[in-house]
Design a protein around this ligand. Structure first.
Ligand SMILES: Cc1cc2nc3c(=O)[nH]c(=O)nc-3n(C[C@H](O)[C@H](O)[C@H](O)COP(=O)(O)OP(=O)(O)OC[C@H]3O[C@@H](n4cnc5c(N)ncnc54)[C@H](O)[C@@H]3O)c2cc1C
Length: 386
């Protein structure tokens, strides 16, 4: 590929997508009115199994999947619009997020018929959540150096290793773990496979890691002689690297990569009102125009996924630019709150809470799902600069 090939066309949103947007907005308004969705005081994806159940009841988990596996056979763009609305309103979608965004699609693409029949309907009905078991204490960016091993035993695999930063491992059902299943002969990326681990299985120990914001979202997961059956292997033995690469396009391009700070911006705008300093208007204007440009870019990648492509480079661009925007939004909000004296003396407590949480949480934006340095390496290679 060269830079000339990186032309991104924003797809037109269909009437069905706009109808779904209205449906989701109505749902959100109902949730707010009933008290099930209190105004958030933190950013990020909240974990709320009741909300996940209500979303599943609408048929909104696995929206694009075939009906035979519990899906609705709707388009990727409709799913995009739905998620855009849910995220902009800070609906806590964290319980099903990973299963819906990437575990389910990976199973659809590489899984056996039995795996699809077993897992996908459970995910779509809101009863089965997944986490991502890629990173290890000594392997993050350089994932191919991972040490977790899955050794062949009669009828299955014995897994030993240690995963880290595993978001929600303490409250989901399954992890898709990346493990070495055969020696790296020649290519380092060969001999790695994806296996489904039941987190209740003997030999799995999940230990909390408390974040800088004082929250328990991620964990260390110790795997000691964990036995999984043959059916736990996803796709082809040794093809895990290619499968994970396909998965990362889903992980890197969605609206969650530029909407994390949106709640903070909207709260700031609400608190500010109309009477603001010219410098505030300029800063906010710049921020909103960046937001709109990012949305076009991210939608264009959703359009490519819709066409069945694997836009890894384009998704990396969205994540690099989107996460930097999310961090910049926190800095701008802090400057404006200070310049306009918005949060002192108990004023605007919700804005203050959001701001404080965002400041502690924002460093994660450019690390999770692959650091920005790594993304830039992927982009450079993709356009022929490396
Ligand atoms: C909020 C959050 C949630 C997460 N959830 C999960 C999860 O659920 N499951 C999971 O598996 N992982 C998860 N992670 C882990 C995340 O994927 C890793 O932290 C990330 O890939 C970086 O790996 P590392 O922490 O080992 O850092 P390192 O790889 O050690 O990187 C350290 C620094 O060196 C830079 N660097 C490394 N290599 C290069 C290079 N070749 N060129 C230039 N710079 C380089 C990096 O950009 C970074 O700045 C999560 C992380 C966060 C912050």
């Amino acid at each position: 590929m060269s830079a000339a090939n990186l032309y991104l066309e924003r797809p037109a949103l269909t009437p069905a997508a706009e109808d779904l947007r209205e449906e989701v907005r109505t749902f959100i308004a109902e949730q707010r009115d009933s008290g099930a969705l209190p105004p958030p005081e933190r950013i990020g994806l909240g974990f709320d199994v009741d909300m996940t159940q209500r979303i599943a009841d609408r048929g909104w988990i696995g929206l694009t999947w075939p009906r035979q596996y519990g899906g609705q056979e709707r388009s990727a763009l409709e799913r995009y619009v739905m998620n855009e609305e849910l995220l902009a309103a800070s609906v806590p979608v964290g319980a099903h997020w990973v299963a819906d965004r990437q575990s389910g699609p990976v199973l659809l693409k590489f899984g056996t018929e039995e795996q699809k029949r077993f897992y996908l309907p459970q995910i779509a009905s809101g009863n089965c959540y997944f986490c991502i078991g890629m990173s290890e204490p000594e392997s993050g960016s350089d994932l191919a150096s991972l040490k977790t091993r899955a050794d062949r035993v009669a009828g299955g695999w014995r897994i030993n290793g240690r995963k880290i930063w595993t978001t929600n491992a303490h409250r989901v059902h399954y992890m898709i773990a990346l493990a070495r299943t055969s020696p790296a002969e020649g290519a380092r990326h060969a001999g790695i496979s994806q296996l489904i681990i039941d987190l209740k299985a003997p030999g799995v120990t999940v230990t909390p890691i408390i974040s800088m914001a004082g929250e328990h979202d991620f964990n260390e997961v110790l795997l000691e002689d964990v036995l999984v059956p043959d059916e736990a292997l996803i796709g082809t033995e040794g093809n895990g690297w290619n499968q994970v690469s396909a998965e990362l396009a889903y992980e890197r391009s969605g609206p969650e990569r530029w909407l994390s700070s949106f709640r903070l911006i909207s709260e700031l705008v609400d608190v500010l009102g109309a009477d603001t300093q010219p410098s505030t208007q300029e800063e906010l204007g710049r921020l909103i125009s960046h937001l709109l440009a990012l949305r076009q870019l991210s939608l264009a990648v959703a359009g490519m996924i819709e066409q069945g492509k694997s836009p890894n480079i384009e998704a990396s661009i969205v994540k690099d630019l989107g996460t930097k925007f999310e961090q910049e939004a926190v800095r701008v909000a802090r400057n404006i709150a200070s310049a306009e004296d918005l949060v002192g003396n108990g004023r605007a407590p919700r804005l203050r809470a959001l701001l404080m949480h965002a400041q502690q949480y924002a460093p994660a934006f450019t690390i999770r799902g692959g650091t920005n340095e790594i993304l830039r390496g992927i982009i450079a290679r993709g356009i022929g600069l490396r």
